[in-house]
Design a protein around this ligand. Structure first.
Ligand SMILES: [Mg+2]
Ligand SMILES: [Zn+2]
Length: 184
């Protein structure tokens, strides 16, 4: 039986925009795949994982970029992946600001619940959330699944010192997480 795996986007799949001086990825040209992401995603699919991307994009709610621009970025990501034989099951964004108090902004779990409803016969065993920030780890905890912190985005070993919650696992990047944690 296939099982879902939840991935954050920025800092996990593509280069975290803060690394090139931006708060958000607003155009396809700013979306750059992190090395080895495509083989990592292929391995997940080949090992019966359905891939879901769960991403906060508050820049939409703040009016920094439009939902249509976000869709263009998503289309670019999915086009490149599909050219490489990778199908993402679904990309679920939260476009809201923190003060909007929605249910889908991580660390809240609204978008995970939408996905999980499709897998009702599964137990929450070896279900992973892979992200690059503390709120991703908190999201996994809030949903009672395993967390993997990747160091390819906003966090490094040093930042772990200020986390109020620790990840179940730590990996260099998505490929490392897939090879050494998820598929172990
Ligand atoms: Mg991120
Ligand atoms: Zn939301």
């Amino acid at each position: 039986m296939r099982r879902p795996i939840f991935l954050d986007r920025d800092g996990v799949i593509n280069i975290e925009p803060s690394r090139f001086g931006k708060d958000y990825v607003t155009i396809p040209g700013e979306f750059q795949f992190i090395p080895q992401v495509i083989p990592a995603l292929k391995l997940l699919i080949d090992n019966n994982y359905d891939i879901y991307v769960i991403s906060n994009q508050a820049g939409v709610g703040k009016g920094i970029f439009s939902w249509e621009q976000l869709e263009e970025v998503t289309k670019h990501m999915l086009d490149v992946l599909s050219e490489n034989g990778v199908e993402i099951k679904e990309v679920l964004y939260c476009p809201h600001r923190s003060q909007d108090n929605c249910n889908c902004r991580k660390p809240r779990t609204g978008n995970l619940e939408i996905v999980w409803d499709r897998y009702q016969r599964l137990k929450k065993e070896r279900i992973f959330f892979i992200g690059d920030q503390e709120r991703d780890i908190q999201t996994a905890k809030n949903f009672s699944i395993l967390s993997v912190l990747v160091l390819s985005g906003k966090s490094n070993f040093h930042s772990l010192g200020s986390f109020s919650i620790l990840p179940d696992y730590i990996a260099c990047d998505l490929y490392d997480a897939v090879i050494n944690i998820v598929l172990k």
